[in-house]
Design a protein around this ligand. Structure first.
Ligand code: ADP
Ligand code: MG
Length: 247
Protein backbone atom coordinates (compact mmCIF):
# COMPACT_ATOMS: atom_id res chain seq x y z
CA UNK A 1 0.00 0.00 0.00
CA UNK A 2 1.06 3.54 -0.70
CA UNK A 3 3.89 2.48 -2.97
CA UNK A 4 4.21 3.76 -6.49
CA UNK A 5 2.66 0.71 -8.13
CA UNK A 6 -0.60 0.65 -6.16
CA UNK A 7 -3.14 2.84 -7.92
CA UNK A 8 -4.76 5.48 -5.72
CA UNK A 9 -8.15 4.59 -7.18
CA UNK A 10 -9.00 1.28 -8.78
CA UNK A 11 -12.41 0.27 -10.12
CA UNK A 12 -12.66 -3.26 -11.38
CA UNK A 13 -15.68 -4.73 -13.16
CA UNK A 14 -18.00 -2.09 -11.71
CA UNK A 15 -21.69 -2.32 -12.65
CA UNK A 16 -24.42 0.00 -11.47
CA UNK A 17 -28.10 0.09 -12.32
CA UNK A 18 -30.78 2.64 -11.53
CA UNK A 19 -33.78 0.36 -12.04
CA UNK A 20 -33.50 -0.75 -15.67
CA UNK A 21 -30.92 1.86 -16.52
CA UNK A 22 -27.41 0.37 -16.69
CA UNK A 23 -25.64 3.54 -15.66
CA UNK A 24 -22.10 2.16 -15.08
CA UNK A 25 -21.17 -0.66 -17.43
CA UNK A 26 -18.04 -2.80 -16.98
CA UNK A 27 -16.01 0.07 -15.57
CA UNK A 28 -12.27 -0.57 -15.39
CA UNK A 29 -10.68 2.61 -14.13
CA UNK A 30 -7.39 3.36 -12.40
CA UNK A 31 -5.86 6.57 -11.21
CA UNK A 32 -2.21 6.57 -10.23
CA UNK A 33 -0.86 8.58 -7.31
CA UNK A 34 -0.33 12.18 -8.41
CA UNK A 35 -2.24 11.69 -11.63
CA UNK A 36 -4.84 14.20 -12.85
CA UNK A 37 -7.65 12.56 -14.79
CA UNK A 38 -10.33 14.63 -16.50
CA UNK A 39 -13.61 12.85 -17.19
CA UNK A 40 -15.72 14.22 -20.03
CA UNK A 41 -18.77 13.07 -21.93
CA UNK A 42 -22.34 13.93 -22.78
CA UNK A 43 -24.90 14.73 -20.11
CA UNK A 44 -26.31 11.56 -18.60
CA UNK A 45 -23.30 9.41 -19.52
CA UNK A 46 -22.60 8.47 -15.88
CA UNK A 47 -19.81 10.87 -14.93
CA UNK A 48 -21.38 11.98 -11.65
CA UNK A 49 -22.35 8.43 -10.77
CA UNK A 50 -18.75 7.34 -11.37
CA UNK A 51 -17.48 10.04 -8.99
CA UNK A 52 -20.10 9.27 -6.39
CA UNK A 53 -19.33 5.57 -6.57
CA UNK A 54 -15.68 6.24 -5.77
CA UNK A 55 -16.59 7.26 -2.22
CA UNK A 56 -19.79 5.23 -2.01
CA UNK A 57 -22.19 8.10 -2.04
CA UNK A 58 -23.70 5.76 -4.63
CA UNK A 59 -23.60 2.03 -3.90
CA UNK A 60 -22.58 -0.21 -6.81
CA UNK A 61 -24.20 -3.50 -7.81
CA UNK A 62 -21.11 -5.42 -8.88
CA UNK A 63 -17.36 -5.07 -8.94
CA UNK A 64 -14.78 -3.67 -6.57
CA UNK A 65 -13.45 -0.23 -5.78
CA UNK A 66 -10.17 0.26 -3.95
CA UNK A 67 -8.64 3.41 -2.54
CA UNK A 68 -4.86 3.10 -2.28
CA UNK A 69 -5.18 -0.68 -2.31
CA UNK A 70 -7.93 -0.88 0.32
CA UNK A 71 -11.37 -2.12 -0.82
CA UNK A 72 -14.19 0.28 -0.02
CA UNK A 73 -16.13 -1.20 2.87
CA UNK A 74 -19.93 -1.44 2.64
CA UNK A 75 -20.70 0.72 5.64
CA UNK A 76 -19.83 1.69 9.17
CA UNK A 77 -16.75 3.27 10.72
CA UNK A 78 -14.38 1.78 8.18
CA UNK A 79 -16.35 3.40 5.38
CA UNK A 80 -16.33 6.78 7.13
CA UNK A 81 -12.56 6.52 7.54
CA UNK A 82 -11.92 5.56 3.95
CA UNK A 83 -14.41 8.14 2.68
CA UNK A 84 -12.43 10.80 4.51
CA UNK A 85 -9.52 9.91 2.23
CA UNK A 86 -11.56 10.94 -0.79
CA UNK A 87 -12.30 14.66 -0.94
CA UNK A 88 -15.25 15.72 -3.01
CA UNK A 89 -16.17 19.09 -4.49
CA UNK A 90 -19.56 19.47 -6.14
CA UNK A 91 -21.14 21.92 -8.54
CA UNK A 92 -23.20 23.34 -5.67
CA UNK A 93 -20.75 24.25 -2.95
CA UNK A 94 -22.73 22.61 -0.12
CA UNK A 95 -21.22 24.78 2.60
CA UNK A 96 -22.96 24.97 5.97
CA UNK A 97 -24.77 28.29 5.65
CA UNK A 98 -24.98 29.10 9.38
CA UNK A 99 -21.31 28.41 10.07
CA UNK A 100 -18.42 30.70 9.31
CA UNK A 101 -15.93 29.92 6.59
CA UNK A 102 -13.41 28.87 9.23
CA UNK A 103 -15.94 26.61 10.99
CA UNK A 104 -16.86 25.02 7.67
CA UNK A 105 -13.25 23.99 7.22
CA UNK A 106 -12.56 22.88 10.81
CA UNK A 107 -15.73 20.85 11.41
CA UNK A 108 -14.64 17.64 9.66
CA UNK A 109 -11.10 17.55 11.05
CA UNK A 110 -12.46 18.04 14.60
CA UNK A 111 -15.38 15.59 14.33
CA UNK A 112 -13.95 12.91 12.06
CA UNK A 113 -10.18 13.18 12.48
CA UNK A 114 -10.32 14.06 16.18
CA UNK A 115 -8.10 17.13 15.81
CA UNK A 116 -8.06 19.76 18.54
CA UNK A 117 -9.79 23.03 17.75
CA UNK A 118 -6.54 25.00 17.67
CA UNK A 119 -4.78 22.46 15.48
CA UNK A 120 -7.76 22.36 13.10
CA UNK A 121 -7.95 26.15 12.96
CA UNK A 122 -4.27 26.55 12.22
CA UNK A 123 -4.47 24.10 9.33
CA UNK A 124 -7.74 25.67 8.10
CA UNK A 125 -6.15 29.12 7.99
CA UNK A 126 -3.19 27.75 6.01
CA UNK A 127 -5.54 26.15 3.51
CA UNK A 128 -7.80 29.19 3.22
CA UNK A 129 -4.70 31.30 2.53
CA UNK A 130 -3.54 28.78 -0.03
CA UNK A 131 -6.81 29.01 -2.00
CA UNK A 132 -6.84 32.78 -1.63
CA UNK A 133 -9.72 33.34 0.79
CA UNK A 134 -7.84 33.69 4.08
CA UNK A 135 -9.31 37.15 4.64
CA UNK A 136 -12.84 35.70 4.56
CA UNK A 137 -12.35 33.25 7.45
CA UNK A 138 -14.80 34.95 9.83
CA UNK A 139 -17.59 35.50 7.30
CA UNK A 140 -20.65 33.43 6.51
CA UNK A 141 -20.73 31.69 3.11
CA UNK A 142 -23.54 33.97 1.90
CA UNK A 143 -21.20 36.95 2.25
CA UNK A 144 -18.81 35.44 -0.30
CA UNK A 145 -18.95 35.30 -4.08
CA UNK A 146 -19.62 31.95 -5.75
CA UNK A 147 -15.97 31.61 -6.72
CA UNK A 148 -14.88 32.29 -3.16
CA UNK A 149 -17.41 29.79 -1.80
CA UNK A 150 -16.16 27.11 -4.16
CA UNK A 151 -12.58 27.76 -3.04
CA UNK A 152 -13.73 27.38 0.58
CA UNK A 153 -15.29 24.06 -0.43
CA UNK A 154 -11.93 23.01 -1.87
CA UNK A 155 -10.15 24.05 1.34
CA UNK A 156 -12.72 22.13 3.38
CA UNK A 157 -12.07 18.97 1.38
CA UNK A 158 -8.29 19.44 1.64
CA UNK A 159 -8.54 19.84 5.42
CA UNK A 160 -9.31 16.12 5.65
CA UNK A 161 -5.91 15.34 4.11
CA UNK A 162 -7.47 13.31 1.30
CA UNK A 163 -5.47 10.92 -0.83
CA UNK A 164 -7.54 11.84 -3.85
CA UNK A 165 -9.79 14.76 -4.73
CA UNK A 166 -12.90 14.36 -6.86
CA UNK A 167 -14.39 17.39 -8.59
CA UNK A 168 -17.82 17.09 -10.21
CA UNK A 169 -18.33 20.09 -12.51
CA UNK A 170 -16.91 22.48 -9.91
CA UNK A 171 -17.26 25.56 -12.11
CA UNK A 172 -20.60 24.85 -13.79
CA UNK A 173 -22.62 26.97 -11.36
CA UNK A 174 -20.23 29.92 -11.45
CA UNK A 175 -20.41 33.20 -13.30
CA UNK A 176 -17.81 33.32 -16.08
CA UNK A 177 -15.52 35.76 -14.28
CA UNK A 178 -15.22 33.40 -11.32
CA UNK A 179 -14.45 30.26 -13.25
CA UNK A 180 -10.78 31.13 -13.71
CA UNK A 181 -10.05 31.68 -10.01
CA UNK A 182 -11.40 28.22 -9.21
CA UNK A 183 -9.60 26.56 -12.13
CA UNK A 184 -6.36 28.31 -11.10
CA UNK A 185 -6.75 26.86 -7.61
CA UNK A 186 -7.22 23.41 -9.12
CA UNK A 187 -4.19 23.83 -11.39
CA UNK A 188 -2.11 24.74 -8.31
CA UNK A 189 -3.33 21.60 -6.57
CA UNK A 190 -2.47 19.49 -9.59
CA UNK A 191 1.02 21.00 -9.76
CA UNK A 192 1.41 20.25 -6.06
CA UNK A 193 1.04 16.55 -6.82
CA UNK A 194 -2.54 15.94 -5.71
CA UNK A 195 -4.28 12.94 -7.22
CA UNK A 196 -7.38 14.31 -8.92
CA UNK A 197 -10.43 13.13 -10.83
CA UNK A 198 -12.15 16.08 -12.44
CA UNK A 199 -15.47 16.04 -14.30
CA UNK A 200 -15.57 19.27 -16.27
CA UNK A 201 -16.62 20.92 -19.49
CA UNK A 202 -13.61 23.23 -19.26
CA UNK A 203 -11.54 21.88 -22.12
CA UNK A 204 -8.81 24.43 -21.46
CA UNK A 205 -8.30 22.86 -18.05
CA UNK A 206 -8.32 19.39 -19.59
CA UNK A 207 -5.68 20.37 -22.14
CA UNK A 208 -3.34 22.06 -19.70
CA UNK A 209 -3.77 20.20 -16.42
CA UNK A 210 -4.84 16.66 -17.27
CA UNK A 211 -2.43 13.76 -17.56
CA UNK A 212 -5.24 11.75 -19.10
CA UNK A 213 -8.70 12.37 -20.50
CA UNK A 214 -11.37 9.72 -19.98
CA UNK A 215 -14.34 9.92 -22.32
CA UNK A 216 -17.63 8.39 -21.14
CA UNK A 217 -20.82 7.72 -23.08
CA UNK A 218 -23.86 5.65 -22.12
CA UNK A 219 -22.33 4.42 -18.88
CA UNK A 220 -19.12 3.19 -20.46
CA UNK A 221 -15.57 4.44 -20.67
CA UNK A 222 -15.39 4.64 -24.44
CA UNK A 223 -11.80 5.81 -24.79
CA UNK A 224 -9.01 7.42 -22.82
CA UNK A 225 -5.81 9.07 -23.84
CA UNK A 226 -3.45 11.95 -23.19
CA UNK A 227 -5.22 15.28 -23.79
CA UNK A 228 -3.07 15.93 -26.87
CA UNK A 229 -3.99 12.63 -28.46
CA UNK A 230 -7.61 12.73 -27.40
CA UNK A 231 -8.35 16.21 -28.68
CA UNK A 232 -6.39 15.96 -31.93
CA UNK A 233 -7.06 12.34 -32.74
CA UNK A 234 -10.22 10.94 -31.10
CA UNK A 235 -10.78 7.31 -32.02
CA UNK A 236 -14.46 6.58 -31.49
CA UNK A 237 -17.41 8.05 -33.37
CA UNK A 238 -18.96 9.01 -30.03
CA UNK A 239 -15.93 11.06 -29.04
CA UNK A 240 -15.64 12.66 -32.50
CA UNK A 241 -19.32 13.57 -32.36
CA UNK A 242 -19.00 14.98 -28.83
CA UNK A 243 -15.91 17.04 -29.63
CA UNK A 244 -17.56 18.29 -32.82
CA UNK A 245 -20.37 19.73 -30.72
CA UNK A 246 -18.32 21.38 -28.00
CA UNK A 247 -15.13 22.59 -29.71
P1 ADP B 1 -23.65 12.73 -15.92
O1 ADP B 1 -23.03 13.20 -14.65
O2 ADP B 1 -22.68 12.20 -16.92
O3 ADP B 1 -24.55 13.77 -16.54
P2 ADP B 1 -25.14 10.98 -14.18
O4 ADP B 1 -24.15 10.07 -13.56
O5 ADP B 1 -25.65 12.09 -13.35
O6 ADP B 1 -24.59 11.49 -15.57
O7 ADP B 1 -26.42 10.15 -14.64
C1 ADP B 1 -26.31 9.01 -15.47
C2 ADP B 1 -27.72 8.49 -15.74
O8 ADP B 1 -28.28 7.99 -14.53
C3 ADP B 1 -28.68 9.54 -16.27
O9 ADP B 1 -29.52 8.92 -17.22
C4 ADP B 1 -29.45 9.95 -15.04
O10 ADP B 1 -30.72 10.40 -15.38
C5 ADP B 1 -29.50 8.66 -14.25
N1 ADP B 1 -29.55 8.88 -12.80
C6 ADP B 1 -28.67 9.58 -12.06
N2 ADP B 1 -28.98 9.56 -10.76
C7 ADP B 1 -30.11 8.81 -10.67
C8 ADP B 1 -30.93 8.38 -9.57
N3 ADP B 1 -30.64 8.72 -8.31
N4 ADP B 1 -32.01 7.62 -9.87
C9 ADP B 1 -32.30 7.26 -11.13
N5 ADP B 1 -31.55 7.61 -12.20
C10 ADP B 1 -30.47 8.37 -11.98
MG1 MG C 1 -23.06 15.02 -13.70
Amino acid sequence: MGDTTTPMVRMDGVQKWFGDLHVLQDIEFEVAGGEVVVVIGPSGSGKSTLCRAINRLEPINEGTIEIDGVPLPEEGKALARLRAEVGMVFQSFNLFSHKTVLENVTLGPIKVLGKSKSEAEQRARELLDRVGVGAQAGKLPSQLSGGQQQRVAIARALAMDPKVMLFDEPTSALDPEMIKEVLDTMVDLAKGGMTMVVVTHEMGFARTAADRVVFMADGRIVEQNTPDEFFTNPQSDRAKDFLGKIL
